[in-house]
Design a protein around this ligand. Structure first.
Ligand code: GDP
Ligand code: MG
Length: 388
């Protein structure tokens, strides 16, 4: 019995050695190296295999100094999963390399779940602020009955957010207060992020540093015409402001972006402010504060439904020099229902973009980006005609 067991052990040992030898010899057979840039030989009937020649991994964190900058998001606790999607995209495409802070603002207290989830997603520091009541309520000079009547009328006309009070507080807050929140006072630069946005391309450089190095103060990726029904008297209020404060209007401005008759009428073009990278000191400047205060007293945030997009855009177009506004062609972006997908295949491939170029809104007749290029004497990217 003992002899049989010994034989069995020898046989098992020999088998294990044979198997090991087999694996060692097959792994030492040199395999065919990748051929740079050329597909492998293809056997008939098998799909081609394309080697990825850009396989070096980028460094986990970009070297160099950081700017005094933060992301900023206005959100409700109920926005948690929609903002998580946005954060994940911003982190994957940009911030995992730069680790900038993120400030969250809310008219209510953020709950533990919102704080826990968003903190886990952001690679920089996260800060949570409550908006003071006086920045999210009707100012004393607003006639609340008149405001209520307008909401009723707008509801009947089915104007989007026409009957919403909170949407109006939100637009007024984004227009005049977010940059003055105590948490924002620590920073010079901001990047606004909303729930459910998408970023489609890698951003391999520090966009805040780009803004500073190139003396930019405001930027955009999408532009379009505003719904006229929401801003019938906005341009009158702007004209009152410019008449009272001509000193705030700069010489080489972008009036031609806003008006086709040198300022008489507004053409409703604006930069879409759900994406913005900008300079907070500009928004905190006497020029911008005078502008906001003047518009606020005109009452249109409540008697109409002025959005922060035309409010910011008109300010940028009149109170900044043309060359202080930047169009980020390389930041591919979606916010329902519009997409900015960079024109130019080489840009899209280099930046590993996953947007469909057919979805690009830039050269659509309802976009104002064409006009922005024209008034700045900029050459449109190759291939733009095919996207019109
Ligand atoms: N805290 C808070 N945030 C809001 C409220 N309404 C909208 N927001 C935020 O304000 C931004 C714009 O609102 P959104 O619903 O995206 O408007 P839209 O993009 O114009 O359709 C988003 O970041 C929202 O999360 C609100 O009542 N309270
Ligand atoms: Mg939104």
């Amino acid at each position: 019995m003992a002899g049989t067991q010994r034989y069995l052990r020898y046989i098992i040992f020999a088998l294990v050695c044979l198997i090991l030898l087999f694996f060692i010899s097959s792994s030492s057979v040199p395999s065919r190296p990748w051929q740079e840039g050329k597909p492998q030989d293809v056997q008939p009937g098998t799909p081609p295999i394309t080697p990825n020649t850009q396989h070096e991994l980028p460094p986990a964190t970009a070297p160099g100094e950081r700017m005094n900058a933060t992301f900023v998001t206005l959100a409700r606790n109920s926005d948690i999963w929609e903002i998580s999607r946005s954060i994940r995209q911003v982190e994957d495409r940009f911030n995992r390399k730069f680790n900038y802070d993120w400030v969250f603002l809310n008219d209510d207290d953020f709950n533990d779940e919102f704080i826990k989830v968003t903190t886990s997603l952001v690679s920089g520091k996260t800060k949570y602020g409550k908006i003071p009541k006086e920045h999210w309520s009707f100012p004393e000079f607003i006639d609340q009955d008149r405001a209520a009547r307008v909401r009723e009328e707008m509801k009947e006309k089915k104007i989007i957010y026409g009957d919403s009070i909170s949407y109006r507080h939100m637009c007024r807050y984004e227009s005049g207060f977010f940059f003055r929140h105590p948490l924002m006072l620590d920073y010079e630069w901001y990047w606004r992020v909303e729930p459910s946005i998408e970023l489609f391309c890698d951003i391999n450089y520090d966009t805040f540093k780009f803004m500073a190095d190139n003396k930019k103060k405001y930027s955009f990726v999408l532009s379009l015409y505003e719904y006229v029904e929401t801003i019938p008297t906005l341009w009158d209020a702007v004209k009152n402001f410019t008449a009272a404060h001509p000193e705030h209007i700069v010489k080489d401005n972008s009036m031609a972006f806003l008006s086709d008759d040198d300022g008489k009428n507004y053409n409703h073009c604006h930069f879409w402010s759900n994406f913005e990278i900008g300079n907070l000191n500009w928004l905190r400047s006497p020029a911008y504060i005078d502008y906001f205060t003047s518009l606020d007293h005109a009452g249109g945030f409540f008697y109409e439904r002025w959005g922060d997009a035309p409010v910011h855009s008109i300010a940028a177009a009149l109170m900044l020099r043309k060359d202080e506004i930047h169009f980020f062609n390389d930041i591919a972006y979606y916010h329902v229902p519009f997409t900015h997908c960079p024109t130019g295949e080489s840009t899209r491939l280099n930046l590993k973009c996953h947007c469909n170029p057919k979805d690009n809104f830039d050269w659509n007749g309802y976009s104002c980006t064409n006009r922005y290029f024209d008034i700045n004497g900029m050459t449109k990217p190759e291939g733009y005609e095919k996207e019109q």
